[in-house]
Design a protein around this ligand. Sequence first.
Ligand code: G1P
Length: 277
Amino acid sequence: MISKCLSPVAGYGTRFLPATKSIPKEMLPVVDKPLIHYAVEEALDAGMVNNAFVTGRGKHAIADHFDISYELETEISGTGKEEKLIDIRKLLDNCTFAYTPQKEMKGLGHAVLAGKNMIGDQAFGVILADDLCITEPGEDSVMKQMADLYEEHQCSIIAIEEVPKENISSYGVIDAEMINDNLFRVNDMVEKPPADEAPSNLAVIGRYILTPDIFDLLSDTKPGAGGEIQLTDAIKEQAKNGKVLAYKFKGRRFDCGSVEGFVEATNYCYENIFKKR
Ligand code: G1P
């Protein structure tokens, strides 16, 4: 059983300035919960109770969110407002939270490598909180779907979805053989290819299960697309040994790293989750 989940949260969130000037982008709320809260709930649903955050400067609000707030709790204790804290208490009661800084901003691969000592020598999940994944009520979260696949196949698993050609250059893109409708064996991957060089329309989204050999591979990974150390380039090395599966998950994913995706997620969650509580 995989017990740890890593979330890189060091990014500046410049697309949301000035909102993200003093608030981490992962703390932006979709309706009434911050993005990082959804990420931790999803990890918990998958049995990943130990959260490892790779942080940057000015991210204290994340640690405060996953901690008791005595004044607030005392103030609303015994009132009808107390039920508003049920969700966060569940996370505090069931999860642990560890933090380490990403000292330089050298890309997603560099961020994951910074989390090595928090993870140790075991397979782990990775959630990029700005890819918000929502499943139907009663359905497993995307990370749980992937954890179940890991139990069966014991290799790295990456989440994918089809994206239109005009957007493909924003993603890691796979070259893969189909195993069944939802599962592919990855042969090759490329980070942010020009649309006409993309090997497929299957884009990597921000959910991964990685075997711990990824850390040595990341240590050897040279800067790639955008001059950054790319996680895609290290996973591609695992794929050379046939050790990477790509999974077309059940559920909806919103790109909350963009203003349009964030607004879409907000409207969806308001109509389909908040109003139905
Ligand atoms: C990262 C990954 C990319 C992946 C994307 C999913 O890119 O590098 O492979 O497709 O997340 O959101 P970023 O969005 O951080 O540029």
